[in-house]
Design a protein around this ligand. Sequence first.
Ligand code: AMP
Length: 283
Amino acid sequence: MSLHFFSQTAYLQRWVSDQKRLGHSVGFVPTMGALHAGHTSLVTRALEHCDKVVVSIFVNPTQFNDPKDLLHYPKTLPSDTDKLLNVNCHAVFVPTVAEVYPDGPVSEVWHVGAVKDLLEGAFRPGHFDGVLSVVKRLFDMVRPDIAFFGEKDYQQKLLIRLMAAQACPDVKIMSFPTIREEDGLAMSSRNVRLKADERSVSVLISKALNEMKNGRPEFSPEELVQKATTMLNAAPSVRIEYVTIADADTLESISSWPADNKPLRALIAAWVGNVRLIDNVEV
Ligand code: AMP
């Protein structure tokens, strides 16, 4: 088995159209590299649904509202391609910034409703316009049948579905659960930047989420958010941005349990030292 390597869109498109001509469906997993088992799980899911799978590795400058975060984003291309080979991925696409943004790295403004401005949208201005712009561009470049996303970035997944329905209705969107370390920490490319003591504290995020999940219906949503907040604040290196229990579709916070079985989500964003972590669970 070999891994096709593309950095230019024209060559990738020729390969993708050859696959389609042969009757193969093409799955696509967009990533920013520094691959871990969360990413490779998406490749494995993609291989279950599609004949051929393309992964992109592109650290998208337009979605970083913090220049330091962009500067320090881990880059590990040789080990990334090894990991992709090991899970039988067919092709990797590693475009340059100029290839993705021929007119310079600027994002378009997306009108996809109120979800864009909540939570991550409120704390990272412009972030989702950057994400939606790059995903739309990558869809146009790769032309997949199905694209695969992780629920680790839950709000992003909701917004990509809205964007795709609006701008790329031919691409089907599928999403899959978060892959975690043994102690519960959600896998993330940013975890390697945690110092040893921060790494042990970071487990509090998934613990707090599980407290909220398991506290229903004994405690009210507000009490559970308070408990989770107290848990996180007990660690001096943690700085909370948000803790919420929200409607799983609108991401509006709830203050009492709904009478129906409406899906709910608990979501947290917090800094541990200099690393910003996000995680979420179904409640
Ligand atoms: P990223 O490289 O962080 O942009 O992530 C690329 C894709 O992998 C996105 O769809 C993420 O939601 C997904 N992803 C990242 N971390 C995980 C994880 N721990 N489990 C499952 N999917 C993940």
